[in-house]
Design a protein. Structure first.
Lengths: 113, 109
């Protein structure tokens, strides 16, 4: 059990550029989540996958955001045409059906300049 | 009004003190989580509750479904307990967790 792994851990990008974050969940965890957290706030839900199917999406996930989990293992979160308001930590989490303890990655920090 | 409210926002204690952090929520839930977040971002799940009380070491979590309220207690607090403690709830029929803003705990030696 190597934990939930996120890459890159830190990304600084210019406004308008595209960025992609990757999440490798704990193996055999079929459920995967993406959250966004800004300073001083709790995480906010972005999207949820069960295996490769994206079953829930937040209204926060605008047209510029897309997430995939093509083979039901790792997942990517892409942000197109980044804006300064996208600066945040993007957290990935995973769990299996049972027991339903949720495990979080260390997060990917995005700074848009 | 947030769906999940925590109090206090900040808490400073002396080593050895008994700590209580409160969480109130306004929606029906299927589960409530208590999580710990250290500087730098990593979040660790402490408890998941749907009823009653759970204990793990010096940590105790309780939930009152009727009153829509949960508490996290830390007995014999230690400086290494210093962290942000976050309450999060999952509503019925949804996988998303709705988080409180967190309680920043500082335990001084």
């Amino acid at each position: 059990d190597t934990g939930v792994s996120q890459n890159p851990r830190h990304k600084i990008t210019k406004r308008g550029q595209n960025v992609t974050f990757r999440c490798d969940p704990i193996s055999e965890h079929n459920r995967l989540y993406w959250y966004r957290q800004t300073l001083g706030q709790g995480p906010e839900f972005l999207t949820y996958f069960q295996n490769e199917a994206q079953l829930e999406k937040s209204r926060l996930l605008s047209d510029r955001f897309s997430a995939e989990r093509p083979k039901g293992s790792f997942s990517t979160l892409e942000i197109q045409r980044t804006e300064q308001g996208d600066s945040a930590m993007y957290l990935c989490a995973s769990r299996r059906d049972s027991p339903n303890t949720i495990y979080f990655g260390e997060g990917s920090w995005l700074t848009v300049v | 009004k947030n769906e999940v409210e925590q109090s206090p926002q900040n808490l400073t204690a002396q080593e050895g003190e008994f700590i209580t952090i409160n969480c109130s929520y306004s929606v029906g839930i299927s589960a409530l989580h208590w999580l710990q977040q250290h500087p730098g971002g990593g979040i660790v799940s402490l408890f998941m509750l749907s009823s009653g009380k759970k204990k793990h070491g010096r940590l105790i979590a309780t939930i009152n479904i009727q009153e829509k309220h949960s508490s996290l207690h830390i007995t014999a607090s230690h400086p290494r307990d210093s962290a942000v403690y976050i309450c999060a709830v999952r509503g019925g029929g949804s996988e998303k967790l709705v988080f409180g803003k967190g309680t920043k705990l500082t335990v001084n030696p």
